[in-house]
Design a protein around this ligand. Structure first.
Ligand code: ACO
Length: 380
């Protein structure tokens, strides 16, 4: 075997590899900044609603009032599910992970989508709107079905964030809850070439369709090293119980070489700008009865992990306490992340289609060569 074929060192985890060109979002690792289409997230957070962020990501510009109203009403109209998909959600085993139900339902939606098999820009935009709206409806309906509540239809008087909370919680949210949730969605909408976004882009680079890409994104996001971390965070906070137990717990984990969920990031080497907002919301939202200690435990973990490892909380750490305070059960935390990130995945899918080349890296082969074939009868 020619030695040249074995050369080339793999880059573990593709760290530092530039795998795509994008004009959608930029993660400034050194300065701890995030940009959507050139706007610093600090310019946008709390000043734009989720639909404005979606418009920005999908078209490159912030919408006029008229365009915003149009997008909002299209999204609300699209918050309906085919009866078969609704039935599928209803029949899912009660113990199934909501993210798995969501992924399966999105796969099923491909069977009924009027644009299935069409990958034009216009078809992708229509599919993107439907998917964003339907992801929200699936998550909300699943929770209502499982908790014995009534499945709600979207309410035209509410915006996207208000509708997600309304359909999910089964009651109209307070304005403060709605606005916190709206900003949480904005903060989660896109984040450069995150693992799930890369998975979505790889999927459509074969010219597979948008539903397949969103399924790939969902499957990828659910892992605890990515969006699945927010659920693990709340489990850790619950297990610790009180601030006085943080030190022993965290030191024990670090001594065993375990990862502290909600900390560290492949790109940011300083504070994650999203976590600043989420920490503030976690402090401002009223804590539910019996859950007052969660925030004190979180703050103590934050300072201790920085002391011990020099790493900061990522978006998942305080998103857990914010979602908990909003009354969202922990098994849905990653689904809520997915609602927001669908906006980013859709934008990346459209961008990938505009200038596609099959994404197909290579590997360093470390198996053997020149083995002698043994017929099945002689293999012992
Ligand atoms: N807890 C403890 N130590 C950590 C953590 C953590 N959460 N994150 C990184 N480190 C340490 C590693 O042990 C390593 O230390 P060492 O050099 O002394 O061995 C060093 O930091 C570098 O770690 P890597 O694994 O090389 O960092 P990588 O870039 O591969 O990991 C990741 C990034 C996966 C996010 C990691 O920080 C992690 O596992 N975090 C916990 C899971 C999590 O919160 N994921 C959500 C990320 S944000 C998002 O996806 C939305």
């Amino acid at each position: 075997m020619d030695g040249s074929k074995r050369r080339g060192q793999p880059i573990r985890g593709l760290e530092g590899v530039v795998a795509a060109e994008t004009s959608l979002s930029f993660v400034d690792a050194d300065n701890g900044k995030l940009y959507y289409r050139g706007y610093d997230i600090d310019e946008l957070a709390g000043r734009v609603c989720f639909e404005e962020a979606v418009h920005l990501l999908w078209t490159g510009s912030l919408p006029s009032r008229g365009c915003l109203e149009e997008l909002r009403s299209e999204l609300i109209a699209d918050m309906r599910l085919p009866q078969q998909v609704y039935e599928m959600i209803r029949l899912a085993p009660p113990s199934a992970d909501p993210m798995v139900v969501l992924r399966t339902a999105i796969s099923a939606l491909d069977l009924f989508d009027p644009d299935t098999g069409r990958n034009t820009e216009a078809a992708n935009l229509r599919k993107g709107k439907r998917l964003l709206a339907q992801v929200a409806t699936i998550v909300a309906s699943l929770h209502q079905l499982r908790s014995g509540g009534a499945v709600r239809s979207a309410d035209r008087s509410l915006d996207f964030a208000g509708n997600v909370l309304y359909m999910f919680l089964g009651r109209e949210p307070e304005e403060f809850e709605r606005s916190v949730f709206d900003t949480l969605l904005v903060l989660h909408a896109d984040h450069g070439l995150a693992a799930s976004t890369f998975a979505a882009r790889v999927t459509v680079s074969t010219l597979a369709g948008m539903h397949s890409a969103i399924c790939a994104g969902l499957a990828n996001l659910n892992g605890p090293l990515h969006g699945g971390a927010n659920r693990k965070v709340i489990e850790m906070l619950e297990e610790i119980g009180g601030p006085e137990r943080v030190e022993a717990y965290i030191d024990g984990m670090l001594a065993r070489g375990q990862r502290i969920m909600g900390f560290g990031h492949r790109i940011y080497k300083t504070q994650d700008p999203r976590s600043r907002y989420l920490r503030r919301f976690a402090e401002e939202l009223p804590r539910r009865e019996g859950r007052e200690d969660l925030l004190a435990v979180s703050s103590r973990i934050e300072s201790l992990v920085y002391e011990r490892k020099g790493i900061y909380p990522n978006v998942d750490f305080y998103s857990a306490t914010v979602q908990e305070a909003l009354g969202i059960p922990k098994e849905y935390f990653t689904c809520i992340f997915a609602v927001a990130r669908t906006a980013g995945w859709v934008a990346h899918v459209m961008e990938q289609f505009r200038d596609n080349r099959l994404i197909r890296p290579t590997s360093k082969y470390i198996g053997g060569f020149d083995k002698t074939f043994v017929p099945i009868g002689d293999r012992g």
